[in-house]
Write a new protein. Structure first.
Length: 315
C-alpha cells in the first residue's frame, strides 16, 4: 500500500534546494514511493470538527531549474495522511501556535505528526537548552535591565538574543561597561515588557557553531561547524558563516546522550543541537537544517535515517 505524506512548510517556490532539509526529506519520501502532498501555506483549519487543509499533489526533482510540480489543491482531512511533516520556520508566533493546535487535532484523529505539535509548543528553542543545565554555559533569562547589567559584570563578555529569533537575527555581543548595552537591552526587552536571554560569550565560536542532528534521539556521527567570517562573530550560514563537516567529538556525543532521550520522549523525532566549544546553546525543533550539507560532506543519507524510524512506527 502506498503511504501518503503531507508537508507543512514555507513556500516551496522560494527554497534553496542545495541547503533545504525539508526538500531532502521530500526527495527521500518520493524515493520510497510515498505520495507527496503540499499543504498550501495558510490553509490549515477545521471543518466539521476535522483538522485539514488545502492539499496539492506534489512531485520533486533534485534540479535547480525546476524542483517541484504541484497539482490542483483541494480541502483534505489530515487524518487521511499516513504522516504529516511540520516544517514551518520560526518565529513561533500566535499563527504558528494555532497551526500546531490544528495539527494536534489531526494527531488525535490518527495522523502521525513529526515533530509532535505539543512538543513544538512547549519547547522554545532558546529555553529548551536550559532543561539540561549541565550542558549549557552561564545563562540569564529576564526582562530586567539591571539583572542583565549584573550578569555582564559577572561574566565580562556576553551574547544577548531574543527568544524567538532564527538565522542569527537579533543577536548582540556586548560586555561590562559597553555604552551600547542599555540600548541593546531596551531593544531586546521592549523596555522591560518581553523576555530576552544572555549567555556568557564563548570564544570557541571562532572554531565554529556546531549543528548536531539527532534522529529519534540518536546523534548523526558528523556535524556541520558554521564558522564566522571576517569581523562577524555569528557563525550562522544565514549570517555569512562558512560550513565545515566534522566528526562528533566525545563531548558532542556526551551532550547528545544527555539531551536525546528526553527529546525523543517528547516526540521530537528530528532535532538540531547548537554547540559552541563544549556547551549547548540552543535546541532546534521547528525546522532544523543542515541535512544536505552534512550528507554531501560525509556521504550520508540523514533523511533516510529519519524515514527508517518513521516507517518502523507505521509498520
Amino acid at each position: 500500500m502506498t503511504r501518503k505524506l503531507a508537508i507543512v512548510m514555507d513556500p516551496i517556490g522560494s527554497i534553496k534546494i542545495a541547503k533545504d532539509s525539508s526538500f531532502a526529506m521530500l526527495l527521500e519520501a518520493q524515493r520510497r514511493d510515498w505520495t507527496l502532498h503540499y499543504v498550501l501555506p495558510g490553509s490549515l483549519g477545521m471543518r466539521g470538527g476535522e483538522a485539514g487543509g488545502r492539499l496539492a499533489a506534489l512531485a520533486v526533482a533534485d534540479d535547480p531549474a525546476g524542483w517541484y510540480r504541484l497539482g490542483g489543491a483541494a480541502w483534505t482531512p489530515l487524518a487521511a495522511m499516513d504522516l504529516v511533516l511540520m516544517r514551518r520556520d520560526p518565529p513561533v508566533d500566535a499563527d504558528y501556535l494555532h497551526d500546531t493546535q490544528i495539527l494536534s487535532a489531526a494527531a488525535r484523529a490518527g495522523a502521525r505528526v513529526c515533530n509532535d505539535p505539543a512538543g513544538l509548543r512547549d519547547l522554545n528553542e532558546k529555553l529548551a537548552a536550559l532543561l539540561f543545565p549541565q550542558c549549557t554555559p552561564p545563562t540569564l533569562v529576564s526582562r530586567e535591565a539591571a539583572g542583565f547589567r549584573e550578569f555582564a559584570a559577572e561574566q565580562g563578555e556576553i551574547v544577548l538574543k531574543t527568544l524567538d529569533g532564527m538565522g542569527g537575527r537579533s543577536i548582540f555581543r556586548s560586555r561590562h561597561g559597553d555604552p551600547n548595552l542599555n540600548v541593546i537591552l531596551e531593544t531586546l526587552t521592549a523596555d522591560g515588557r518581553q523576555l530576552a536571554m544572555a549567555q556568557r560569550f564563548l570564544p570557541e565560536i571562532n572554531q565554529g557553531d556546531k549543528r548536531i542532528l539527532l534522529v529519534d534521539g540518536e546523534p548523526v556521527p558528523y556535524c556541520l561547524a558554521r564558522i564566522p567570517q571576517g569581523d562577524e562573530f555569528r557563525g550562522n550560514l544565514a549570517a555569512g558563516g562558512r560550513g565545515e563537516v566534522r566528526p562528533l567529538s566525545d563531548r558532542d556525543r556526551w551532550i547528545a546522550a544527555q539531551v536525546g532521550p528526553e527529546l525523543k520522549a517528547r516526540g521530537m523525532r528530528f532535532v538540531g543541537l547548537d554547540v559552541i566549544g563544549d556547551w549547548l546553546t540552543e535546541v532546534n525543533v521547528t525546522s532544523p537544517t543542515c541535512i544536505r550539507e552534512i550528507d554531501a560532506g560525509a556521504g550520508l543519507n540523514i533523511a533516510g535515517l529519519l524515514f527508517d524510524a518513521l516507517e518502523r512506527d507505521l509498520a
